[in-house]
Design a binder for this molecule. Structure first.
Ligand SMILES: [Zn+2]
Length: 679
């Protein structure tokens, strides 16, 4: 057993215990007054453990599985063998006051840590350079485990949002890194616990399952785990085991996967149609290929990949979709018949985006407009995601991407809306302080208008519909939809004056509206709740809400308090800066405050890789050359080469903002002005 997996806990806690199908004890430990909040955990943990025994086809090797909530725990959770430790809110939820999202989080974290009991604990990576496989694998399996106990949550649809999309955003930057990296010291090891390791790792495992098939994947995994149990292994050992079990399908797993793990980035596949022939070519995708950032890194594969190219047409649909391989170069596909459209990378099972040349985009847009349900939610989401990514890389004019969004008036799927919301947020943030912002505001409001009815405020049973309600309302508040704001402020008053708690799913949004659109009374009330020791586990909800204020006096007070440990815990200080930086009205004040108090802040956080990353990240919202230069010289002077990757990432983001506005702002406004809503 690896030393990093050992845990001992001495405490005065209560426990609830249940047994798995084959009689192993699973217990949840919590402080006596919180033990009632262990009901969700004790329901799902034994079921997930039994499910994994079945999935891996290897029994859980210990006599018991304990799960314990630890106050002030820095990480989300830690997979110590047989005694998993969690942050309080990653294990315990109050059934009545917790939001559906809070509950989902608990199930996801339990499923993640239990997956490690085999992958990570039974077989441990030889060294940390293979961390991605450990974490990518658990980040993939958490969806399997959660989906098993809560099939009605549609976890695999959500995989795009918290897996693939995050991998895309980080890995499309020049300042990314290959998923396999050499690490030699603790700070370097801590640095790679990032979204490349977790999200890209999970997306690559999913791609592997896609081209091997689920059964081959499971057989290979079982072979690997049995071969190396109670011992160590490397990434290549898994590929060998998978290859042994996939000899009949003629794929060299190592050869394919090395192009994804040993080089950074991911490809954009450009498809072009001539009659029945589709030619596909690949190149590295970069959000800003014209950027000035240089990189010391050279790719061992010259940015070419083995790509599993899945596609379907208007004639074939999902039932008979096809697959071809791009072997580090172009590929040609012959179509049957004369389909009206072709969609590539079905359900986004693989990690590449797709650019359709000529009329191919228009044909997809036409289909979305006549009947969007022909495509799965994942495919609708991917069309939106890819189109807007391609406007940033210069492949597609913004007008084409906007044409694609007009069908959204009919869209009611959470995953699609969440994707659209993400791409619109990026544009809104850049346009918010521009004179033409109201055209964008009108258009985006027109897309959600159908949904802005009183029903939106009524509780529903469906998990993803609840998520959708919160999302649409959040968009409405952000776009200053007056009726929705008035209603939310009324709920805030009911809570403040009559102790009527808002519905759990809307609670944080109502607090947010109270802080943003209410006055000092509302804001002070939130502060009082934040300071109330009874709310100690919910502190962050209040803190997050308070940062929405647009009042500069309140912003300054919050900034001052953020450095006072009596008021804000030192673990939360950087979060205050992060939240405030995402608030257009507080950005410059926050940056100036950080500069002025740099010595204090730096002394506190310099050795904490995560905190430093988040701190540097607060500058990523700037949109002007002036701030680019200022941020650059400030960090050059004050960090002297430390945290270089985070600084480069922040600078690259600012540069992308500047370039996006330069390249797209005019076309965006022209398109919006022509739209009927703005006539
Ligand atoms: Zn993990």
């Amino acid at each position: 057993m690896s030393t990093y997996l050992v845990a001992f806990v001495v405490c005065d806690y209560k426990a609830v215990t249940a047994t798995t199908e084959d009689g192993k004890n699973v217990s949840i430990y919590a402080p006596a007054d919180l033990i009632d909040e262990a009901s969700l955990a004790i329901d799902v943990a034994p079921k997930i453990l039994s499910f994994y025994e079945d999935f891996y086809n290897i029994p859980y090797p210990l006599a018991k599985s304990d799960h314990i909530a630890v106050p002030d725990f820095a990480a989300g959770a830690m997979e110590n063998w047989g005694l998993i430790t969690y942050r309080m809110r990653a294990l315990l939820v109050n059934d009545e006051t917790a939001s559906p999202f809070d509950k989902q989080w608990v199930v996801i974290v339990i499923a993640h840590e239990l997956a490690h009991q085999w992958f990570g604990n039974l077989v441990t990576m030889t060294w940390w350079n293979d961390l991605w496989l450990n974490e990518g694998f658990a980040s993939f399996m958490e969806y399997k485990g959660a989906d098993f106990v809560r099939p009605e949550w549609h976890m695999w649809d959500q995989f795009l949002l918290s897996g693939t999309w995050l991998a895309f955003s980080h890995d499309g930057l020049r300042s990314s890194h290959p998923i396999s990296v050499n690490v030699t010291n603790p700070k370097e090891i801590e640095e790679i616990f990032d979204s490349i390791t977790y999200n890209k790792g999970a997306a690559l495992i999913r791609m592997c399952v896609f081209f091997l098939g689920e059964q081959v994947f499971r057989d290979g995994l079982e072979l690997y785990l049995n071969r190396y149990k109670f011992s160590n292994a490397e990434t290549k050992d898994l590929w060998v085991a998978l290859s042994e079990k996939s000899a009949h399908i003629d794929v060299d797993v190592s050869k394919v996967m090395d192009t994804w793990t040993a080089q950074m980035g991911y490809p954009v596949v450009t498809v072009e149609r001539h009659g029945n022939t589709i030619s596909a070519k690949q190149e590295r995708f970069l959000y800003n290929p014209r950027g000035r950032a240089t990189e010391a890194y050279t790719s061992p594969y010259n940015y070419t990949w083995y790509i599993p190219l899945s596609y379907m047409t208007s004639d074939t649909g999902y039932s008979t979709y096809e697959m071809a391989w791009m072997n580090r170069g172009p590929a040609t596909i012959m179509l049957d018949g004369n389909p009206s459209w072709v969609k590539v990378n079905i359900n986004v099972t693989s990690l590449y985006c797709v650019h359709y040349k000529g009329a191919m985009w228009d044909n997809l847009v036409e289909q979305l407009q006549t009947d969007h349900t022909v495509f799965s939610a994942a495919d609708r989401a991917s069309l939106i995601k890819d189109a807007f990514a391609l406007t940033r890389s210069g492949h597609l004019p913004i007008s084409k991407a906007l044409d694609l969004t007009t069908y959204l008036t009919k869209e009611t799927d959470y995953v699609v809306w969440s994707t659209a919301y993400g791409v619109f947020s990026f544009i809104k943030e850049l346009m918010e302080d521009k004179g033409d912002y109201h055209y964008l505001q009108n258009y985006l409001l027109s897309l959600i208008e159908n949904q802005l009815t009183t029903n939106l405020w009524q509780p529903v049973d469906d998990h993803l519909q609840t998520f959708l309600q919160s999302l649409i309302l959040s968009e409405a508040f952000h776009l200053q939809h007056q009726e929705s704001i008035t209603h939310a402020l009324q709920l805030f008053q009911d809570w403040m004056n009559n102790s009527i708690t808002p519905p759990p799913a809307l609670k944080s949004l109502i607090f947010y509206v109270g802080a943003k659109y209410g006055g000092s009374v509302e804001w002070e009330y939130l502060w009082k709740q934040y300071e109330n020791p009874d709310n100690s586990l919910e502190k962050k909800i209040y803190l997050r809400a308070m940062t929405a204020t647009t009042d500069s006096v309140r912003i300054m007070r919050l900034l001052d308090w953020s450095l006072d440990p009596e008021k804000v815990r030192t673990a939360d200080t950087v979060s205050v800066f992060q939240y405030l930086a995402s608030n257009r009205g507080a950005q410059v004040l926050t940056w100036n405050f950080v500069k002025q108090n740099w010595n204090t802040i730096f002394t506190r956080y310099k050795d904490l890789a995560f905190q430093m990353k988040h701190l540097i990240d607060i500058t990523k919202y700037f949109t002007s050359e002036y701030f680019y230069n200022e941020v650059k010289s400030f960090f050059e002077e004050n960090l002297k080469g430390q945290d270089r990757r985070s600084v480069n990432q922040a600078l690259e983001n600012i540069e992308m903002n500047i370039d996006w506005l330069k390249n797209n702002q005019k076309d965006l406004v022209d398109w919006l002005k022509k739209h009927p809503i703005n006539q």
